[in-house]
Design a binder for this molecule. Structure first.
Ligand SMILES: [Zn+2]
Ligand SMILES: [Zn+2]
Length: 389
C-alpha cells in the first residue's frame, strides 16, 4: 500500500500545494470544496456537497460496515512569512495547521481505494470537513455542522490524522485514551462600588476582590481536583479601570478551562462558581458565564489497535510511537462521540528548524503525504474486514 501511495506522490504534492496557495477560512472553503467534489466525482464516487455548510462527503462502496475518514479543509487568519514558490496567494490567510495536507491525503486515499479491485465489501465515507478552527454564530464548528446534516449516520468507525511538526516524516504517533482536551471558556464580571482612590473605605474595590478570586481559581487545580486527573484553568484577560485615582466599579475576567473526562469537566465549572462566590464575602457580586466548547477526544482502543498494527506493518515498529498527550482541542472529538474512532499524528518535520503550527513560518515535509495515504487506505480496509491483520 505504501508503494502504491508513493506512486501518486507527484499528484499529492500538486494537490497540497494548490490548496496551500489558495487557503480559505472556516465555512468559506468554496474553492477547496469544489475541487474536492470534482476530483471525487472523477474517481467515480457518489458525492454530496454543502454538507455542514461547505463540507463535502464522498461515498465509495455500499452496505456495512461503514468506515468514515475525515480531513479538515480550513486555513487560519495569518499572513504567511515563508518564501516558497507555493506560498499563500490569499493575503492574511494561510494553511498554518496543515489542513491542506489533510485534504490532499484524503483525496489520495480515495484514489487508492477507488482503484482497488479487491477492496473489502462495505462503505468508505470520505468526510471533507469545513471549519475546524472556527465557530459560527451558533458556536458550532465544522464537525458539528456535518453531524447535524447527517454525515455520520450509520458510520461504524471513524478515523483521522493530524500533521505533527515535532515528529520526523515517516513516523506516526498513536495512542488509546484521551488525545485532546474538553475546552470551555469562562467570562465573568466582578462588581463592587467605585470611589475616589484616596477614599478606599468608601468603595467596594473590585480589584481587591479580584485578587482573592484569582487565588481561589488557582486553588481549584491545586487543591480541589484529584491530582491524577488532568485539568487546567488559565486566565486570558482582565480588564478594569481607566485612570490612576479612581477605584473602578467592576472588573472583567475571562479564561480557558480544560480537562479530559466529563466528571472533571463538570467539577471545574462548579468549583469556578465557588471561587467567584468569594466576591460576595467581600461585599461585591459577580456574574459568571461558562461557554461549553469541544469535548475531550477519546481514542477508542480497538480502532487504535488497528491503526497501530497497520502502521507497524507499513513503516516498521520503530516508526510508531505513543502519542504525546496535550490539553489542545480538536473538533474531531464530536465525530468520535458518534462512532468509535481514533486520530493519529503524522510526522511532518522537515529539519531542525522549528516551524510550529499556527505560526507564519509553518511548513511540512511532503514526503509524509504518501505515508498518511497508505495508513488511511490500509487501516480502512482492515476496518472494513473487521480485523487487525
Ligand atoms: Zn489548528
Ligand atoms: Zn489543525
Amino acid at each position: 500500500m505504501l508503494e502504491k501511495a508513493r506512486k501518486i506522490q507527484e499528484q499529492l504534492v500538486a494537490w497540497r500545494r494548490d490548496f496551500h496557495m489558495h487557503p480559505e477560512l472556516g465555512f468559506q472553503e468554496h474553492r477547496t470544496a469544489k475541487i474536492v467534489a470534482e476530483t471525487l466525482e472523477e474517481m467515480g464516487l457518489r458525492v454530496e456537497t454543502g454538507v455542514g455548510i461547505t463540507g463535502v462527503v464522498g461515498y465509495l462502496g455500499e452496505g456495512s460496515p461503514v468506515v468514515g475518514i475525515r480531513a479538515d479543509m480550513d486555513a487560519l487568519p495569518l499572513q504567511e512569512a515563508n518564501h516558497i514558490p507555493y506560498a499563500s496567494q490569499n493575503p492574511g490567510v494561510m494553511h498554518a495547521c496543515g489542513h491542506d495536507a489533510h485534504t490532499a491525503i484524503l483525496l489520495g486515499t480515495a484514489r487508492l481505494l477507488s482503484e482497488m479491485p479487491d477492496r473489502p465489501p462495505g462503505e468508505v465515507r470520505f468526510l471533507f470537513q469545513p471549519s475546524e478552527e472556527e465557530w459560527d454564530e451558533e458556536l458550532k464548528s465544522g464537525a458539528t455542522r456535518m453531524i447535524d446534516d447527517g454525515a455520520l449516520e450509520g458510520v461504524d468507525s471513524v478515523i483521522a490524522l493530524h500533521v505533527d511538526d515535532d515528529v520526523p516524516a515517516g513516523q506516526i504517533e498513536v495512542d488509546e485514551g484521551y488525545g485532546s482536551a474538553a475546552v470551555d471558556a469562562f467570562i465573568a464580571t466582578i462588581t463592587g462600588q467605585g470611589a475616589h482612590g484616596a477614599y478606599p473605605h468608601e468603595s467596594v474595590d473590585p480589584t481587591f476582590i479580584l485578587a482573592q478570586v484569582i487565588n481561589a481559581i488557582h486553588g481549584i487545580r491545586a487543591r480541589r481536583v484529584n491530582p491524577i486527573r488532568s485539568a487546567v484553568i488559565s486566565i486570558g484577560a482582565i480588564h478594569a479601570g481607566k485612570t490612576t485615582n479612581v477605584i473602578p466599579e467592576e472588573v472583567e475576567i475571562m479564561g480557558t478551562i480544560r480537562s479530559f473526562d466529563d466528571e472533571t469537566r463538570a467539577q471545574l465549572s462548579e468549583e469556578l462558581e465557588k471561587a467567584f462566590a468569594v466576591s460576595r464575602a467581600f461585599g461585591g457580586d459577580y456574574t459568571l458565564t461558562i461557554e461549553r466548547g469541544f469535548p475531550g477526544m477519546y481514542n477508542d482502543p480497538a480502532v487504535v489497535k488497528i491503526i497501530h498494527q497497520t502502521a507497524v506493518d507499513l513503516l516498521g515498529a520503530d516508526a510508531v510511537k505513543p502519542g504525546e498527550v496535550g490539553m489542545g482541542a480538536e473538533d474531531f472529538s464530536y465525530m468520535m462521540q458518534k462512532a468509535p474512532g481514533a486520530m493519529f499524528g503524522l510526522g511532518v518535520k522537515i529539519d531542525e528548524t522549528p516551524r510550529p503550527s499556527h505560526s507564519p513560518t509553518f511548513d511540512l515535509n511532503e514526503e509524509a503525504l504518501p505515508v498518511g495515504v497508505a495508513i488511511f487506505a490500509e487501516a480502512a480496509c482492515r476496518l472494513l474486514k473487521g480485523t487487525g491483520g
